[in-house]
Design a protein around this ligand. Structure first.
Ligand code: DWN
Length: 451
């Protein structure tokens, strides 16, 4: 079933009225579970897919009532704040880990999306070196990026041969301004047809970073990629690794946007079904441990033969038990302990009269603060370098987010690392805080204090 014209144009021009209506509808579905479809809160296409697969999906984790992870808000928006139940399932058939109920994409990815990659220097460097490596290795002519955000990857390619797909209107405008043709729509087979009809020849490189795991209907996503990939083309995407999440206990990789947390095992199963195969995997340190997956069309003469990394990754995941439900039950126990330990530590520190703040207003910290019930009684404020988050409060917890420059860290005894994935960068920047007796708190791989 295709998207209606109304929905398609709504993707491109999200008005305040539309956003309010979606929130109202989604709230109604959440409040009346009998009306609430498993899947995308009422999208018939996904309901059907989920009904077919439902019996294979086993729930293992309940992270409670959660808000939209990146929806930083003003006080007057509190009464309209949208919450949903964040539960996680394991699919015995494909071995895919996903959210039990997906949140309507328009509630998360719209004109007000707050995460812009270019605010993070380490990520800008990461995308520059990734682009250089891909150019060197594959010499692509026509390039497309799905989920181009504010352009740190695509800016390394020629605007006359590169195309962007970005549903968040605020970022689509940025890459358009840089000269790249940008489709401000969600990635679907319909969009792939439209791009074809617009006269684009098949792409030699289709790239996506921290985006494919956001896409709820993966069969549609991968068949859309197959539709536009040239015969010798490569599809390269990177997303957080399920194995690293399980090893590190970093349950905060789970939030509304992350519809799935990928293992190589599950991707291997899903891509094959859609006429694509993985030929290489890079294990990356970014975002607390990610995998970069290299994909091609099978049975087509190409220089990209299967590399050992794919078998090594599958073997490592198998020996960890990634295909075994018991592994996820054990993980869930660890998550509960992490919550108990963190709350106990913060309460004790407050009882001892200590002052605690947090660094990095991340999507991840939305999960932690809401799952653990942490609010301003325990953590006074969060600093974040992103201008669009400053002056607002964090989703659900309503902890104020402020510019780092406006805070004297020496007034605080402890800093929780909401952006624990940038631990080294932050510890380096905040040497003075530590020299003055300040300490950091993290919950990854377990709750601990360090300096
Ligand atoms: O997939 C996603 C990833 C890539 O980014 C999205 N779904 C949303 C987002 O997730 P996140 O919010 O957990 O991402 P980060 O990259 O861990 O966010 C870091 C935050 O911390 C940014 O808002 C910038 C901020 N920051 C800071 O205040 N001081 C970062 C650094 C390095 C710093 O020194």
């Amino acid at each position: 079933m295709g998207l209606t014209d109304e929905k398609k144009s709504a993707y491109r021009h999200t008005t305040k009225e539309e956003l309010d209506r979606w929130i109202r509808e989604a709230k109604m579905n959440a409040e009346f579970p009998q009306h609430r479809a498993h899947g995308m809160y009422g999208d018939p296409r996904l309901d059907k897919i989920n009904r077919e697969k439902k019996k294979m999906k086993k729930e293992f984790l309940d992270l409670g009532r959660q808000p939209i992870a990146n929806k930083f808000l003003k006080e007057e928006e509190f009464s309209d704040e949208f919450f949903y139940d964040l539960k996680v399932v394991f699919d015995e058939d494909t071995k895919l880990v996903s959210l039990k109920d997906f949140v309507k994409p328009e509630l998360m990815f719209n004109e007000n999306y707050a995460y812009n990659t270019s605010m993070s220097t380490p990520m800008v460097n990461h995308f520059k070196s990734t682009a250089e490596m891909l150019m060197e290795e594959f010499r692509p002519v026509n390039v497309m990026e799905i989920g181009s955000n504010d352009g740190p990857f695509i800016r390394n390619f020629d605007p006359t041969t590169a195309v962007c797909v970005e549903p968040c209107g605020n970022f689509a405008k940025v890459t358009e301004g840089m000269g790249y043709q940008t489709y401000s729509e969600f990635w679907t087979t319909e969009l792939s047809e439209k791009i074809k009809n617009d006269g684009h020849v098949d792409f030699d490189l289709i790239y996506a970073a921290n985006c494919i795991c956001h896409i709820q209907d993966l069969d549609d996503c991968f068949s859309a990629v197959a539709n536009l990939l040239s015969d010798k083309g490569v599809f390269v995407f990177e997303d957080p690794s399920l194995l690293r999440m399980l090893e590190r206990g970093s349950y905060d990789q789970i939030y509304d946007e992350h519809a799935h947390v990928f293992s190589v095992t599950a991707l291997d199963n899903l891509l094959k079904k859609n006429g694509l195969i993985i030929f290489d995997v890079d294990n990356l340190s970014v975002h607390g441990g990610s995998n970069r997956i290299y994909v091609k069309k099978p049975n087509i003469a190409s220089d990209n033969t299967l590399r050992p990394s794919i078998f090594e990754n599958l073997k490592e995941e198998k020996s960890f038990g990634i295909d075994n439900f018991k592994t996820y039950e054990i993980f869930a126990e660890r998550v509960k302990k992490s919550k108990d330990d963190l709350v106990e530590l913060l309460v004790k520190l407050k009882d001892d009269g200590k002052r605690i703040m947090s660094i990095g207003a991340t999507s991840k910290s939305t999960t932690v603060f809401n799952y653990c019930g942490i609010s301003t009684d325990l953590i006074e404020l969060i600093t974040d370098t992103t201008k669009d988050k400053q002056g607002l409060v964090a989703p659900g917890s309503h902890i104020p987010v402020v510019d780092r420059e406006s805070v004297n860290l020496n007034d605080y005894d402890y800093a929780f690392l909401g952006a624990w994935n940038f631990k080294e960068v932050i510890a380096d920047k905040e040497r003075e805080f530590v020299e003055n007796g300040g300490k950091f708190i993290t919950h990854v791989p377990e709750v601990m204090v360090f300096s």
